[in-house]
Design a protein around this ligand. Sequence first.
Ligand SMILES: Cc1cc2nc3c(=O)[nH]c(=O)nc-3n(C[C@H](O)[C@H](O)[C@H](O)COP(=O)(O)OP(=O)(O)OC[C@H]3O[C@@H](n4cnc5c(N)ncnc54)[C@H](O)[C@@H]3O)c2cc1C
Length: 386
Amino acid sequence: MNNEKYDLIVVGGGVLGTFHAYHALLAGKSVAMVEKDCEPQGATVRNFGQVVPSGMDAKWQNYGRRSLEIYKDLQSRFDISVRQNGSIYLASNDEEVQLLHELHKINSANDYESQLRSSRECLATYQGLKTDYVKEGLFFPGEVTVEPRVAVHQIRAYLIEQHGLAYFPNHSVMEIDSATEQQWVFCNNGEVFVGDKVVVCTGSDFKNLYPTLYGLSDLEVTKLQMMQTVAQKNQIIPGSVLTGLSIRRYESFAECPSYQAVKAKEAKQSKHKEWGVHILFKQAMDGSVIIGDSHEYADAGQADTLGFDINHDINQYMIDLAKEIFQLEDWRLQRTWFGVYSQCKTKDVFEHTIDENVHIITGIGGKGMTGSAGYAEASIRKIFDL
Ligand SMILES: Cc1cc2nc3c(=O)[nH]c(=O)nc-3n(C[C@H](O)[C@H](O)[C@H](O)COP(=O)(O)OP(=O)(O)OC[C@H]3O[C@@H](n4cnc5c(N)ncnc54)[C@H](O)[C@@H]3O)c2cc1C
């Protein structure tokens, strides 16, 4: 049994758990973070690392904007791999151009800086971008990227070094007893932690803790396929690059006046709809380019039905689409993988409290790298009544 008693025990070391730990520590709480794997290997390390409040609806844009401040502040203290190169949305036809103009207007009213860019300006900034693809762009200069395989580990290292986070990898939480005033957290290796409050941020794992609760919820899991090229020797593609299908998919554009009309004109059936494909690019620090992604869904209780394979046809389809947008120097892939995140069918995040002091927070969907830092700040304030 661990002899310490903590103000907060965080279960799960992904981005959502890590930022809950971060805000609780900054509020002066003692925190233990318990992670089942040797290091977090979930959605948090498998994504693009695009921090793009520009893509979120109004509520999550606010969390995302706060996240930007937190990421930048953290970077000024400790290298967590933040780069401020902005995000660009590239329109490939008149309808998408129309949506860019409308989003630009919405953001001007929201006091969130964005800049319309002509095709020529886009071609000058994004090397290899194809002339016949890009009609116009919308650029968000304040947005950042992080390296997904680096950032969460660096933030955790900072919290351990500078704020006394107690971190326990290789501890899978099997049960939480919240019947008394103290919360008892039992791990698979026999370790037991005691704390005043517990936050459960276990991502898309619905088997170990509260399986019945999740089975009755409207939580679902999404499987996304990703690819990463070898390093491009000379080609520079700064920041986050989002393209026409993203304009037709992201929540922020759904708030544009023309959105419904644009969607109504789309073909009901298409490969990109069947596989939930839109094309994003993010160049990593080593010059390689991360390309994705696809979306396949299953209910929380049936997550296994998504299987463990990478569907080669989906990857080939994404490469074919990507080649219509960019000419890369070197298309060879160094790796492919899939990631899984959880989300609710009817809500923007899953929040459920058990016996007042155990707070389950998951199902943040595809916005976790963008929204978690800001959202967790509000969440910790609520949990501790700060
Ligand atoms: C391919 C892909 C691309 C994406 N791209 C972006 C992007 O560019 N920008 C963006 O904003 N978002 C993106 N997202 C979404 C983002 O990655 C997720 O929203 C976010 O990572 C979810 O974080 P999490 O902490 O909830 O879950 P996870 O990262 O899955 O973390 C959950 C953690 O809990 C641990 N755990 C589970 N059960 C237990 C247990 N019983 N005991 C102890 N530990 C446990 C797991 O091991 C894991 O480390 C993407 C997601 C994917 C999959």
